[in-house]
Design a protein around this ligand. Structure first.
Ligand SMILES: NC(=O)c1ccc[n+]([C@@H]2O[C@H](COP(=O)([O-])OP(=O)(O)OC[C@H]3O[C@@H](n4cnc5c(N)ncnc54)[C@H](O)[C@@H]3O)[C@@H](O)[C@H]2O)c1
Length: 251
């Protein structure tokens, strides 16, 4: 039975990861800052361990990882899913404190969770790390500088982990999704509309015009990709960035 730790797993894509791995028979631990969503998912998924921890605080991460490992009885799969969108503003107007917040959740938390998880993944028969990047980790992304910088950073971090950990039987890959429908992307579209003086509908159309396949990404498909990447069938896949983005040509 795979033992799986998912950060920010109570809602959005993280919740689909939790559902998908639990459906495969895995033992799953999630953390999140949203108590209500944690409680709801714990009710939905029997055996799920769901605890409140803030991924922007190193001290909380340093408590979360050992707690998660203890409740799972070890670790096979780490999914570094936590990531915040940040503000939509050009670099010269971006408040430095908000830059720091995005770096803390999207990149520093990934480093801290991973460094603490590695000794336990080394005990696994088939350790696997999945890091959430984004379409913004493959292209420049106007007015979302810390987001793009962190999502490119995730790829550098992932490729480095793959090299450092391959000889311990641990694989590391990044998933780079395009836009998933939901409150988060609507917020991003509203931000882009506001800054460019267009309607949100115009922004949405423009975003989709950059894709060869129309529409949003289904978060359940992202979860199935993660299940595959964590499976034995993906035993030769490491150090890769897997886009799931309707063939989008720019961020
Ligand atoms: N949604 C998209 O369109 C999209 C596209 C590409 C990549 N991604 C990436 O996928 C990942 C998940 O995105 P999502 O859209 O599902 O996220 P989301 O905004 O829906 O949030 C998911 C969860 O993160 C939790 N969270 C936020 N800050 C936290 C913190 N400091 N500590 C712990 N939990 C925290 C929230 O409470 C929420 O339950 C992120 O890394 C994101 O950058 C998302």
């Amino acid at each position: 039975m795979q033992r799986v730790l998912i950060t920010a797993g109570a809602a959005g894509i993280g919740r689909e990861f939790a559902r998908a791995f639990a459906a495969e028979g895995a033992k799953v631990f999630i953390c999140d800052i949203d108590e209500k969503s944690l409680g709801e998912l714990a009710k939905e998924i029997p055996g799920l361990v769901a605890k409140r921890y803030d991924m922007s605080a190193r001290a909380e991460i340093e408590r979360m990882v050992p707690g998660a490992i203890a409740s799972l009885g070890g670790l096979d799969v780490l999914i570094n899913n936590a990531g915040i969108a940040g503000l939509t503003l050009p670099v010269d107007q971006y408040p430095p404190d908000d830059w720091d917040k995005v770096i803390a959740v999207n990149l520093t938390a990934m480093f801290d969770v991973t460094r603490l998880a590695i000794p336990h993944l080394k005990q696994s028969k088939a350790g696997c790390i999945i890091n959430m990047s984004s379409i913004a980790g493959r292209y420049g992304f106007a007015n979302r500088s810390p987001y793009a910088a962190t999502k490119w950073g995730v790829i550098g971090f992932t490729k480095t982990l793959a090299i450092e950990l391959g000889s311990f039987g641990i694989r590391a890959n990044a998933i780079a999704p395009g836009a998933v429908d939901g409150e988060r992307i609507q917020r991003v579209f509203r931000g882009r509309a506001q800054i460019s003086g267009r309607s949100t509908e115009e922004v949405r159309k423009e975003a989709f015009s950059q894709q060869s396949i129309d529409g949003f990404i289904d978060p359940q498909d992202i979860a199935q990709l993660a299940v595959f990447l964590a499976s034995d069938a993906a035993k030769s896949i490491s150090g890769q960035v897997i886009p799931i983005d309707n063939d989008r040509q720019r961020a």
